[in-house]
Design a protein around this ligand. Sequence first.
Ligand code: NAI
Length: 348
Amino acid sequence: MLTRLSIPSHEEVYRVEDAGAGLRGFIALHSTRRGPAAGGLRMRAYRSDEAALEDVLNLSRGMSYKNAAAGLPLGGGKAVIIGDPARDKTPDLLRAMGCAIDALEGRYWTAEDMGMSPADMAEIARATRYVAGRDQGAHASGDPSPVTAQGVFAAMRAGAARISGSDDLRGRHVAVQGLGHVGWHLARLLHEAGARLSVADMDGARAKVTAAEFGAEVVAPEAIHAVAADILAPCAIGGVLNAQTIPEIRAAMICGAANNQLAAPGDAEALHARGILYLPDYVANGGGIINVSAEILEIADRAAWVDARLDAIGATMARILERAAGEDASPAVIADRMVEAALVDKAG
Ligand code: NAI
């Protein structure tokens, strides 16, 4: 059922198959150097096995970077199931994936990702204990979104301090793209801090309600990136910083929760060349994995432990920005370099 593949960039990669349960997928452990590989389980109608394998390899590598940037004693891993979550998902299939995860004996911990629900994760947890992000149980961590928003807020304050010498966001104008689980909480924190808000969501009603709650201006989704704000906060989807949007951005700084905000690696340089301070997404949005890791690591005093690590996001971001300014480089490049050093030196 688990077939090991030899992929030099990753410590362990498996093809997962269970014909009886209709399961096809992959599990990738990029690195366990800092601790067990942790990262979510995604179910998607991939166009081919190769596409699924490419996704799991990229995502697991990304988790190594995110976990190391958050200073967590965790490595990076990810799992994918090939199939349409609306049509192909069955309890049998989920339990079969749970058995595959269990066979790795804790070297990989899974959690919810695209195409999975809390109920699905509960089904998987019947077959393995290596499931985090549960909403029940002694160390259950529940919805990570408010914690993710707090981490983005801490990073944003570090960015504001670098630009203006003060981390006070009062009176700053922030354009929030996407008002879902994280974006709404971020808008709330910013409103409470006295920031002025422009907001957008594909769901117009959602944008209107949030705007009324926080005294914000509603902007069309296709125009939010170009608002003349101090800060742009992408909290919707990936790839929003690209060749088309970058020339139109008027904010001095970008800091948000969305994963993979840069469409291509060269986009970090393009932002730097325009003098726009881009705060690396995987550092800013580490609150989610911090929240989940308290469950994996069975931390007793969760609240204090999580708070300390959220503060550390701000401190790490400040260090990245300082170094980037010193070297006249994009913070994205500096963050990658710092994390790569930490991945080699476990204590880093
Ligand atoms: P969500 O699905 O709850 O919210 C996304 C919102 O963005 C929705 O309201 C949607 O209508 C809106 N949206 C989609 N496309 C848009 C567009 N082009 N313009 C404006 N609005 C658009 O997702 P959630 O959980 O809030 O996550 C947001 C982002 O943050 C995602 O990229 C996610 O991967 C990332 N993230 C989330 C974490 C969490 O704790 N939920 C943790 C780390 C990263």
